[in-house]
Ligand binder design. Structure first.
Ligand code: FAD
Ligand code: UDP
Length: 371
């Protein structure tokens, strides 16, 4: 045994654990099958712009300790996410707020907007008759009513998930705030921003002084790697660890098309969502606006949702009954492993935001390391 810990995966979970373990005086080896660190929040510098290679990542949290933790490595800017949605050629502010209501119905006061939404919600409240919304469609209708559902939710959601809104869990839409103020901030959290020098730099600083092996798939070197450390932190897919013996957990995948354009400003905002079903992508990201870039060129990314199968990148977990039950079975197998700790979005099969992942890794590290 050369190391106290082998950390499989150089994403935020692995990097947080590795950092705290090193700080506690442990020897740590971090491996990743990819050619780079930082997992899915990896950014690559293209034409002086930090390009978010696995989808746009905005750091937001209400956890002061997590915010202090990330700020101890790099400086964060004051970016506030305020996406715009394009539907049938018209533009709307997100999340659903007084600006959106004004664009949709011309309402100007909170009272008028509330009255309009109450009128819109009548239909579904009568149908539900006191029971909880059973799916995303019912949830959206009871949150904001039919006009907003049909204009800003239905088609986007169906292309994003490849299923009808009536067949999706209500939980997906619960994350979107509804506000009676003219406030386009997508998140309700206390703290928000983007690392000024990119996420890769943040993770590099977290991993400073730690042994790292890239292009190293754990499963290709399992017997050799298993014996290099006393304990393993595994942040890859839980079903793969057990050789898919109970079947594969399902995901939704994405495909990204990047373009460098000879214009300094393509769309005037970092994120523009495309709602209409006849447009195959869900959003266009213009990366320079995450960091108030002044370059003469710009880099944009179109994000196309796609079905997942083994071999494709895993993006969104599908938290329906089949997958949750299957995960519970894998979790039971994981709990029997005394040498391996499973953590992060893939090993816990969970839609974790970055701050959740860091919080969870700090919690596990405290338990494990007694710090
Ligand atoms: P990952 O970042 O996936 O890291 C796991 C690592 O393990 C990977 O690098 C992988 O290569 C490696 N690995 C897997 N298997 C093996 C193996 N067999 N051998 C070696 N290495 C292996 N969160 C936010 O807070 N804000 C956002 O705006 C946001 N936007 C998002 C947008 C999209 C499109 C998606 C899908 C997610 C977004 N998230 C966002 C969530 C965020 O990406 C995750 O919280 C975070 O990346 C999880 O970190 P992790 O370490 O658990 O996993
Ligand atoms: N959503 C929508 N219209 C939009 C943006 C989001 O209907 O313009 C819905 C959609 O179902 C999506 C969910 O809200 O899956 C969460 O979207 P968000 O952009 O917050 O999450 P992300 O895809 O960035 O994880």
């Amino acid at each position: 045994m050369i190391y106290n810990y082998l950390v499989i995966g150089a994403g935020l979970f692995g990097a947080t654990f590795a950092h705290l373990a090193k700080q506690a005086g442990k020897n740590v080896l971090v491996i990743d099958k990819r050619s780079h660190i930082a997992g899915n929040c990896y950014t690559e510098n293209i034409e002086g712009i930090n390009v978010h290679k696995y989808g746009a990542h905005i750091f937001h949290t209400s956890n002061r300790d997590v915010w202090k933790f990330v700020n101890s490595f790099v400086e964060f800017n004051r970016y506030t996410n305020s996406p715009i949605a394009q539907s049938k050629g018209r533009y709307y502010n997100l999340p659903f707020n007084m600006n959106t209501f004004n664009q949709m119905w011309g309402t100007a006061t909170p009272e008028a907007a509330k009255a309009k939404i109450e009128e819109q919600r009548k239909e579904i409240l009568e149908l539900l008759h006191g029971r909880e919304p059973a799916n995303l469609e019912e949830q959206a209708l009871s949150l904001v009513g039919r006009d907003i559902f049909e204009t800003l939710i239905k088609e986007y959601t169906e292309k994003q998930w490849g299923r009808k809104c009536s067949e999706l869990p209500a939980s997906i839409i619960k994350r979107l705030p509804v506000r009676y103020t003219f406030d386009n901030n997508y998140f309700n959290d206390l703290y928000q921003g983007i690392p000024c020098s990119g996420y890769t730099e943040l993770v590099a600083k977290m991993l400073d002084g730690i042994d790292i092996r890239l292009n190293t798939d754990y499963f290709e070197h399992r017997s050799e790697l298993e014996n290099t450390a006393e304990k393993i932190i595994y942040t890859g897919p839980i079903d793969e660890f057990f050789d898919y013996r109970l079947g594969a957990l399902d995901y939704r995948s994405l495909r990204f098309e990047n373009e460098i354009l000879d214009t300094d400003n393509f769309q005037g905002n970092a994120v523009v969502n495309y709602i209409d079903a006849n447009i195959p992508y869900t959003r266009i990201i213009e990366h320079k606006h995450f960091e108030f870039g002044k370059q003469s060129q710009t880099v944009i990314t179109r994000e196309f949702p796609q079905a997942w199968n083994i071999g494709k990148e895993r993006y969104y977990t599908l938290n329906d009954n089949r997958n949750l039950a299957l995960y519970a079975k894998y979790r039971a197998l994981a709990d029997e492993q005394t040498k391996v700790i499973f953590g992060g979005r893939l090993a816990e099969y969970k839609y974790y935001d970055m701050d959740d992942v860091i919080e969870r890794a700090i919690y596990i590290a405290k338990q494990e390391l007694g710090i």
